[in-house]
Design a protein around this ligand. Structure first.
Ligand code: FAD
Length: 402
């Protein structure tokens, strides 16, 4: 029996495993096992973690994997031995396993990057993982029991990128819901660049600025957070903001497992991959999703750390790893259509197309698209789906625009 191991059950890992299973099924091969290792047999819907009810932002995978013939090991990969095609895994019930593979798909995703800012580790919240977002939610709820002070009523979001903007747009309503409508809430975004959404370019910026202004969000641009403590933070220009709630959103880094693969990585830690998503210089290791630095087209564009790309990258990596193993045809990864749909809270949303992010929809129309993306398109096949339905959804030729 040959074995394809997939590390991670996020958007990229889930679709890799299902797509590999689809190809193996199509080939009528019986001697290939596909096995996913991840801490939880659920897809965590990270793009929704700025919303309320963080704990509910996950979808079950066990039955879908079973239907597709994918095995699942609940655990964490601690070590990749690329020299001898083996993984060291610690299962959730504390067993240590060494697992051999014939091919490996690394799909271990990303984590929020927390720089060495004094007090950040101890005092800042985040919306990076379900547990982080749930902790923030519990904190916001208990603010109602605190004395009514400016520090209680102020939330500072550090980082004015995609996640920072989405979080900021939600916060005034979330704070009012927790503190009562009469509370004098104050939501501030601190961004070290001179513009909000520096990576989003000028296209959607006027819409973002208008939405945040109407929602009552204050922008502090061209300044950085220098330190954080239990009662507030200090900015690089010396300004002090009293707050009990700092939410760090600035920057993501690929899983540290990428460091165990002896190959070139980009500044975010992503492994350079070829058009088939095989790690450059490694014969048996593929990388996908947030751990892959992958060209999306022939125009010089590269995948973002995004769910949109992770889903397409996952389907491609799964197809190619299985095709490579059984000697079927590989398909170059290609995702030339790029869109952005940014949630702007109760104001609406903004939807853009292309790498220049030309605005196509704003306000309510864009919001209804965002809701559809976030509640339907990025979810896995429903529990109860047939094998045929699961494999159709996993087909790498399927166009993904979420
Ligand atoms: C608040 C927020 C908002 C976002 N909004 C958007 C958006 O609007 N649009 C968009 O396209 N993207 C958005 N993203 C980005 C998107 O969520 C990620 O790009 C996407 O989750 C990447 O998918 P992935 O499968 O590569 O990694 P992940 O979703 O991070 O999944 C990684 C998987 O690997 C597992 N894993 C990690 N380490 C190990 C290990 N050592 N052993 C075994 N398993 C391991 C994890 O448990 C998980 O199952 C947002 C992210 C956040 C945090």
């Amino acid at each position: 029996m040959k074995r394809i191991m997939v590390i991670g059950a996020g958007f990229a890992g889930m679709w890799s495993a299902l797509s590999a299973a689809r190809l193996i099924h199509e080939q009528g091969t019986n001697d290939v096992e596909i096995c996913v290792v991840a801490p939880d047999p659920h897809l965590h819907i990270r793009p929704r973690l700025y919303e309320e009810n963080a704990a509910s932002m996950k979808a079950p995978l066990s039955e879908i994997f079973r239907e597709a013939g994918v095995n699942f090991i609940q655990g964490t990969v601690e070590q990749i031995h690329a020299d001898r095609d083996a993984l060291e895994v610690v299962t959730t019930d504390q067993r240590r396993l060494t697992l051999q593979y014939d091919r490996l798909v690394l799909a271990a995703g990303s984590r929020l990057f927390r720089p060495q800012v004094p007090g950040l580790a101890e005092h800042a919240f985040s919306v990076d993982q379900i547990a982080d977002a749930a902790e923030l939610e519990a904190h916001i709820k208990q603010l109602a029991d605190q004395p009514d002070t400016p520090a209680r009523n102020t939330v500072v979001i550090a980082g004015g990128g995609f996640t920072g903007i989405e979080t900021a747009a939600e916060m005034p309503a979330r704070l009012r819901a927790a503190l009562g409508g009469a509370a004098n809430v104050n939501v501030i975004v601190v961004e070290r660049h001179q513009e909000i959404g520096p990576d989003l370019g000028p296209g959607p910026r006027p819409v973002i600025e208008e939405a945040l202004r109407e929602l009552g969000v204050t922008l502090k641009l061209g300044v950085a957070v220098s330190s954080i403590d239990a009662n507030g933070l200090t900015l690089s220009d010396g300004q002090r903001i009293d707050t009990q709630t700092v939410i760090w959103t600035a920057g993501a880094r690929a899983s540290s497992l990428t460091e165990q693969v002896p190959a070139e990585r980009d500044p975010a830690g992503r492994l350079h991959v070829d058009r088939y998503l095989r790690v450059k210089g490694m014969n048996r290791i593929f990388a996908t999703g947030d751990v892959a630095y992958a060209a999306t087209d022939n125009e010089g564009n590269y995948a973002m750390m995004s769910c949109q790309h992770a889903m397409g990258l996952g389907r491609s990596a799964g197809h190619n790893v299985a095709a490579d193993l059984v000697g079927a045809g590989m398909m170059p990864y290609s995702q030339p259509k790029y869109v952005t749909c940014l949630d702007l809270g109760p104001w609406g949303a903004v939807y853009t197309e292309g790498w220049d992010r030309e605005v196509k929809l704003v306000g309510k129309e864009a919001k209804s698209l965002k809701t559809q993306i976030n509640t339907e398109w990025i979810y896995p096949p429903a529990t109860g789906s047939t094998r045929t339905e699961v494999f159709a959804a996993a087909d790498p030729r399927r166009v993904v625009v979420a």
